[in-house]
Design a protein around this ligand. Structure first.
Ligand SMILES: Cc1ncc(COP(=O)(O)O)c(C=O)c1O
Length: 451
């Protein structure tokens, strides 16, 4: 059997899959951080363009992908599906492992799948400039690239710990024409207040979001863009799972388990949601989200309404959360450090439709290295969580002597994350379990919602 299953460009899906009509319950509302009541479209319009607000709430199961977006997707899509022959062999497992590889996009991860449509719809709506945040830098580079393609200006608030750890990500964003600021910055009220409290503040995704939202809300020509969590982001990412389903059919297989890492939920939704649809129609398939023990949103958080950001400016959503003032440790998988989770993924976890598991970072680097030494690809530290999950499932299959089909998503490459690998090889990576007491402290500050 082939190692790579490649689709022709003509097979790039023509529609994204919207899971909202197939959720196990009604879509939870979005709440205004100002009034604590249902957010109005006018409030959302301050920071998002209309076409994306419509997608955010759409009850249409299939949403057309405009031809202009499909043309740009052709730069890296369809992405290959690999059969991990060599990894299977070294694991001595009867399981068949397949992985979808999203690291071939210009910016190196799945984030470009939504950056391009977000820039496209902003351009269509007359936006001139985008303000956004980035954790590890993958989203910022994708958005910088997308803004470059559509002639939009772009300002990226980059979490300070990553700004220091990943200087080349900053260079990539600058190469694609973006302005990059370490967050907290002195550009916004939220940033200045954080710096006044703690001048050595490492930053967090929640803080960087506050800065970008404040920036966008303060200028008529600017909209805000988020690289994960929101429904329209998950929608755009379903292109991964839709392609994977076609490729699995070509391979003559169907997964028993689908695995992805989970930060805000977008690559997990991307590969997982099209299979959730099958599960709702009776297919026996497990869908597993892998998160770090240092930021265990789905496994230790509560399912409640919370702010999307630290400074309480972003909309309030019902989701698994560790509390909006959760301050994550500076672990290397920077893209998995968000206090919240996609409301759609959260609803599915809460309903027991999808599963979640937390893993410590050293075990993930071990998996990433085993993967790289056999499959060749150096994965992003975030993606290594999915690889850990897939290898663990393959080892269980070996111990049980069972054939099992495992599909996982390698969401990005790690070429710009070599400081993290260096730290691993130098024995400087610590496993960290976020303390329950600190989570409880943060959860005491959840907003009181009345609607
Ligand atoms: C390569 C990669 N994978 C995964 C993630 C996690 O994000 P999400 O959960 O939205 O897919 C990130 C976030 O920056 C990332 O860069």
């Amino acid at each position: 059997m082939n190692t790579k299953i490649i689709l022709d460009e003509s097979r790039i899906p023509k529609q994204w899959y919207n899971i909202i009509p197939d959720l196990p319950g009604p879509l939870e509302p979005v709440i205004s951080p100002r009034t604590k009541r249902l957010a109005t479209p006018d409030e959302m319009l301050q920071i998002f363009p209309m076409p994306l607000i419509e997608q955010e709430m759409s009850s249409q199961r299939w949403i057309d992908i405009p031809d202009e977006i499909r043309e740009i997707y052709k730069l890296w899509r369809p992405t290959p599906l690999f059969r991990a022959h060599r990894l299977e062999k070294v694991l001595g497992t009867p399981a068949r492992l397949y992985y979808k590889y999203e690291g071939g996009s210009p910016a190196g991860s799945h984030k470009s799948n939504t950056a391009i449509p977000q820039a496209y719809y902003n351009k269509l709506a007359g936006t001139k400039r985008i303000a956004t945040e980035t954790g590890a830098g993958q989203w910022g580079t994708s958005m910088a690239f997308a803004c470059q393609i559509f002639g939009l200006e772009c300002t990226v608030y980059m979490v300070k710990v990553s700004f220091d750890q990943k200087p080349y990500r900053k260079s990539m964003m600058q190469l694609w024409g973006a302005e990059v600021l370490a967050s907290p910055s002195d550009r916004t009220n939220a940033g200045r207040a954080a710096l006044a409290r703690d001048p050595d503040n490492n930053g967090s995704l929640g803080m960087a979001i506050s800065e970008a939202v404040e920036d966008a809300a303060g200028r008529n020509d600017t909209c805000y863009a988020l690289g994960s969590v929101l429904n329209h982001v998950c929608l755009h990412q379903t292109i991964i799972g839709l392609e994977a389903k076609e490729q699995m059919a070509i391979a003559g297989d169907y997964p028993d388990v689908v695995i992805a890492c989970h930060g805000g939920g977008s690559n997990f939704a991307g590969i997982g949601f099209p299979f959730v649809a099958d599960k709702a129609n009776g297919k026996d398939v497990r869908i597993l989200a892998m998160e770090p023990t240092s930021c265990p949103t789905l496994t230790k958080g509560v399912y409640a309404f919370d702010y999307g950001d630290t400074a309480q400016m972003a909309p309030i959503a019902k989701m698994y959360t560790l509390g909006h003032d959760f301050m994550p440790p500076g672990i290397h998988a920077g893209g998995l450090r968000y206090h919240g989770a996609s409301p759609l993924v959260s609803q599915l976890v809460h309903a027991g439709v999808v599963e979640a598991r937390a893993v410590p970072q050293n075990a993930c680097f071990e998996a990433a290295i085993q993967f790289a030494r056999n499959e060749g690809i150096i994965p992003a530290p975030e993606s290594s969580h999915a690889i850990r999950g897939a290898i663990d499932e393959a080892l269980i299959a070996r111990d049980e002597g069972k054939e099992k089909v495992i599909l996982f998503n390698v969401s990005g490459h790690g070429h710009v994350d070599m400081t993290a690998y260096d730290a691993y090889f130098g024995g400087r990576l610590e496993d960290y379990e976020y303390p329950n007491a600190a989570i409880e402290l943060s959860l005491a500050h959840l907003p009181k919602i009345s609607f």
